[in-house]
Ligand binder design. Structure first.
Ligand SMILES: NC(=O)c1ccc[n+]([C@@H]2O[C@H](COP(=O)([O-])OP(=O)(O)OC[C@H]3O[C@@H](n4cnc5c(N)ncnc54)[C@H](OP(=O)(O)O)[C@@H]3O)[C@@H](O)[C@H]2O)c1
Length: 294
């Protein structure tokens, strides 16, 4: 199947590139393909003639978005709608990636797909607009809300922690935001599971949550990263948990980012591994080896 994947160097795009054997993946590159420029989106779809689209590119700078709301909305809110409509015109369904930041974090249980949204910042609001534009496109779509994405690729929390530990013995990390770390390697598996399911059973539209299994907070996530790093002789730092108020950022984050992934598991038959197991795989890759036995 010919699949157009937006973004080239993104975490999820790179994980897909590794795993999508049996499919022809065509990646877009910025700035030739620019989600803030509708004509470049339509031209790419017309040229590539995909049978399916994975909408993985986004404006992901959560704090910077607070000072660039118009650009973030063009890329995250409007662009996916243009892409989904261009796909719909040629019968190409779309798998669109969204975020836990569409929620305000106030619930005391994992968020389900039908819970009320209420983004706390510009990034979340623009991603919510993107979901809605894809859902209104008239084409078949799966919207996958993700959270806390890390991988061997690009920039992410795991790589930041390891980098900081090279020069610092102790780090303060927020411990009152809960969520589940999600390996882009598992996300790529989830996306390809949807593709296979659609090929076998036909396409249907839906909204789904997909994250790693289990839950943690950022401080315990950091401690787990250093425990894995130690197994490979990598850098470690002492982690002190601090409240969100001790680490002010331009964008407010949800206190509870946990997503209930039951609907995805029941529909597609795949649930991500426990987050600690997926973390071990990624840290091992960063140190050029296999995951140490736990
Ligand atoms: N990272 C997270 O923790 C997280 C959490 C929840 C949901 N998500 C969602 O998951 C998806 C994948 O995230 P990710 O972590 O893989 O993203 P990422 O690594 O930040 O990559 C984003 C990609 O978007 C591309 N891009 C940025 N601006 C663009 C524009 N104007 N036009 C076209 N492409 C543009 C970038 O291209 P260049 O490489 O050329 O810059 C890059 O390839 C996104 O939809 C994101 O919102 C991410």
């Amino acid at each position: 199947m010919r699949i157009l994947v937006t973004g080239h160097d993104g975490q999820v795009a790179q994980a897909l590139a590794e795993q999508a054997q049996g499919h022809e993946l065509v990646f877009t590159r910025f700035p030739e393909f620019d989600l803030s420029k509708p004509e470049t989106i339509e031209a790419a779809v017309a040229r590539i003639q995909p049978e399916l689209i994975v909408s993985a590119a986004a404006y992901t700078a959560v704090d910077k978005a607070e000072s660039e709301p118009e650009l973030a909305m063009a890329i995250n809110g409007d662009g996916p709608g243009v892409l989904a409509r261009a796909g719909a015109k040629i019968g190409a369904p779309i798998i669109h990636l969204s975020t836990d930041y569409v929620f305000d974090g106030s619930l005391d249980r994992p968020w389900r797909e039908d819970d009320p949204t209420g983004p706390l910042g510009v990034y979340g609001a623009t991603k919510l607009a993107g979901e809605q534009a894809v859902q209104a496109s008239g084409g078949t779509h799966a919207v996958l809300r993700l959270a806390w994405v890390y991988s061997p690729f690009g920039a992410n929390f795991v790589k930041t922690m390891l980098r900081l530990a090279e020069t610092r013995d102790a780090l303060n990390v927020v411990e009152d935001q809960r969520g589940c770390p999600s390996s882009a390697l598992d996300i790529a598996t989830a996306i390809l599971t949807v593709v296979d399911h659609w090929q076998r059973e036909g396409t249907t539209s839906g909204l789904y949550h997909f994250t790693g299994s289990g839950e943690t907070n950022w401080a315990d996530f950091a401690r787990a990263i250093f425990a894995e790093s130690a197994r490979h002789g990598g850098p470690v730092a002492e982690v002190t948990g601090i409240p969100t108020s001790g680490y002010p950022t331009p964008a407010q984050r949800p206190a509870n980012s946990r997503l209930d992934c039951t609907r995805f598991a029941e529909t597609f038959g795949y649930r991500a591994p426990q987050w600690q197991d997926s973390l071990a795989v990624v840290v091992a890759r960063l140190f050029g080896g296999a995951a140490a036995s736990r």
